[in-house]
Ligand binder design. Structure first.
Ligand code: NDP
Ligand code: 8X3
Length: 250
């Protein structure tokens, strides 16, 4: 029987690439995001391969998260895999000059949003007595950099939540994988720099950055591991990157 994966942030970047790879692997999909037209486009493309449904919600909206996931039919509630991927950086600035609205977006989305989605899905996995949660953290959750402290803090929280989930859920047959990518060329920098395309492009100039599909490959590897194997932590850097902010550019 095919598995069902719920992927947050499926409209772009890593989430979208994961949806595409999962579809190739025969995994049915619940695609979540805030842009319905993107969800529809991706769902239409992938529905020739697997069953697909979509949920429109902002992960920061606790009520909407719970209502939308609870609105799934019994068939779709039979979730095997949760990919907690939705998130972004907002701004790049010092703590004295940073915009508290950006801090709210990062803490509310990357941390509280991940918690709300997990709270809605974990009971479904517990009922099944098995499942797999993959949390998308970042190298920024392991290494703090100047002007990114709030984003780094939000991802450090994801690292801790992955550990906490593993401690609580292993006994119930639920695996937890933490994935920490380095620089991946997605819409991430465009969002961080509020639509400034030339600033976003500069982030990936002079080296070969990771592509979303590279992270999707690692996620598929983790969810395809045999029952006896838990891939607990995966850190993936671009080959030109030796640390969060150390990148060798030509
Ligand atoms: P993208 O900007 O391409 O994708 C972000 C996704 O998250 C979109 O689908 C967006 O969908 C969704 N999203 C963002 N905020 C919310 C929200 N409040 N509610 C619901 N959905 C939301 O970036 P990436 O693919 O790169 O990012 C995916 C994850 O990977 C993030 O958690 C990011 O922090 C992490 N990451 C990225 C790295 C990189 O260098 N790119 C490196 C390390 C980690 P929509 O706008 O439709 O809601
Ligand atoms: C995204 C990677 O290093 O730009 O999480 O923060 S980084």
């Amino acid at each position: 029987m095919s598995r069902i994966a719920l992927i947050t942030g499926a409209t772009s970047g890593i989430g979208k690439a994961t949806a595409e790879l999962f579809a190739d692997a025969g995994i049915d999909l619940i695609l979540c995001g805030r842009r319905q037209e993107k969800l529809d486009e991706i769902a239409e493309k992938l529905s020739s391969k697997v069953q697909v449904t979509t949920l429109l919600f902002d992960v920061r909206d606790k009520g909407a998260v719970l209502a939308m996931i609870n609105s799934l039919s019994d068939h779709w509630k039979n979730i095997d895999i949760l990919i907690n991927n939705a998130g972004n950086a907002h701004g790049l600035g010092s703590l004295d000059e940073g915009d508290p609205e950006d801090w709210d977006a990062m803490i509310d989305g990357n941390v509280k949003g991940l918690l709300y989605v997990s709270k809605a899905v974990i009971p479904l996995l517990l009922e099944k007595g098995k499942g797999h949660i993959v949390n998308i953290s970042s190298i920024a959750g392991k290494q703090t950099y100047a002007n990114g402290a709030v984003y780094c803090a939000s991802k450090a929280a994801v690292e801790v939540l992955s550990e906490g989930m593993r401690l609580e859920l292993t006994q119930h047959g639920i695996k937890v994988t933490n994935v920490a990518p380095g620089a991946v060329e997605t819409e991430f920098s465009l969002v961080r720099f509020k639509g400034d395309e030339s600033r976003a492009e500069k982030v990936y100039e002079g080296f070969d950055p990771l592509q979303a599909g590279d992270i999707a490959d690692a996620i598929l590897y983790a969810v395809n591991a045999p029952d006896r194997v838990t891939i607990a932590d995966i850190t993936i850097l671009a080959s030109a990157q030796s640390a969060a902010t150390t990148i060798y550019r030509k």
